[in-house]
Design a protein around this ligand. Structure first.
Ligand SMILES: [Zn+2]
Ligand SMILES: [Zn+2]
Length: 136
């Protein structure tokens, strides 16, 4: 899946740290993980994240001010979707982030917006709660 997009070393390190974490990480948490790979400055992490978000491999969670590796095989091979819609369920207990596609909901919303002439660039839904493991 990664073959489709050409990543720099820094981008690969950042993506790897997010994939291995399995939960959302702040930029500084990412920096801690990739320090041993030679990344020292937050700006390097932010630059890598910017690109990864652009190509759809990483999502930004506004409510947590954190980043998460894309958990779905969207068509990442293509150019970034104009409105890469994703929904995230965030467990408030363990911090695990689950990603869901919402094709129908997103299309319906996009259609309503389009009626008003509004062009959606991105759509992210963040749902907070408790995951199955934690509610046991
Ligand atoms: Zn995604
Ligand atoms: Zn949990």
């Amino acid at each position: 899946m990664l073959d489709a997009v050409k990543l720099t070393d820094n981008q690969s390190y950042v993506l790897k740290s997010l994939s291995e974490a399995g939960r959302a990480l702040s930029a500084y948490e990412i920096l801690d993980q990739v320090r041993e790979c030679g990344l020292r400055a937050p700006a390097q992490v932010y630059r890598a994240l910017e690109k990864l978000i652009e190509v759809g491999l990483v999502h930004r969670l506004e409510s947590l001010n954190a980043f998460v590796a894309c958990g779905h095989k969207h068509d990442h091979a293509q150019a970034p979707a104009p409105a890469h819609a994703a929904a995230f369920a965030i467990c408030e207990t363990c911090g695990t982030v689950f990603e869901y596609d919402m094709p129908t909901e997103a299309d319906a919303l996009r259609a309503s917006l389009a009626k008003d002439g509004f062009v959606a660039n991105s759509m992210t839904v963040e749902v907070r709660g408790c995951c199955a493991d934690c509610s046991r």
